[in-house]
Design a protein around this ligand. Structure first.
Ligand code: IMP
Ligand code: MG
Length: 182
């Protein structure tokens, strides 16, 4: 385990089980509507790859890039939209796939952009939903851009692994872990 890594919050097996269930549930929900999954790069790649392999049903895959973090501090959201994406989402049900919902700024920005491109509907699935200590998951109010599906709830701390990075590192860990304190 890298020296900066602290407590493992979700091990590979736990993640695999949950993501498989999510994939099956989503496929069942969308059935033959053939949604376009818009994956938010780069944090979602491991989650996405496992999610779609559990998805038995028609779906299409597109990508968008969002960046907001400087180290462990959130900043303004920058989107990079591939050419022609609007043509491929217009009039279609869209499911945004992201690694983690924290302030919600990323998902809100992506959702707005996709609706402006003419998406019929925009829903979202995230691997992790971060909650402040003051508002535990069960009592957290659902904001306007709250994710529609969540893999796991996590407390308000910086996490890495299974796609999540700290300045580009640790995305390749097979588990999700907190950083070592100090
Ligand atoms: P939001 O815009 O505040 O909801 O933050 C969402 C984005 O910030 C995610 O797509 C992640 O890329 C990044 N992010 C937020 N929290 C963490 C974390 O704990 N570890 C790694 N990336 C994070
Ligand atoms: Mg991200």
């Amino acid at each position: 385990m890298p020296p900066a890594i602290g407590q493992v919050l979700f091990d590979a097996e736990t993640i695999a089980r949950r993501v498989r269930d999510l994939g099956r549930e989503l496929a069942e929900t969308y059935r033959d509507r053939e949604p376009v999954l818009v994956a938010v790069m780069k944090g979602c790649v491991l989650f996405l790859a496992d999610l779609v392999r559990a998805w038995e049903g028609p779906m299409d895959l597109e990508f968008i890039t969002a960046e907001s973090y400087e180290g462990t501090e959130p900043g303004a959201v920058h989107l990079a939209v591939p050419e022609g994406l609007a043509d491929r989402v217009a009039g279609r049900p869209v499911l945004v796939v992201d690694d983690i919902f924290d302030t919600g700024a990323t998902l809100a920005t992506v959702r707005e952009a996709l609706l402006a491109m003419g998406a019929e509907e925009v829903r979202s699935v995230v691997l992790l939903h971060k909650h402040t200590d003051a508002a535990p998951p069960s009592s957290a109010p659902a904001g306007p851009a709250a994710p529609d599906w969540v893999g796991f709830d996590v407390a308000d701390r910086f996490v890495v692994g299974y796609g999540l990075d700290l300045d580009g590192r640790y995305r390749n860990l097979s588990y999700v872990a907190a950083l070592r304190k100090g």
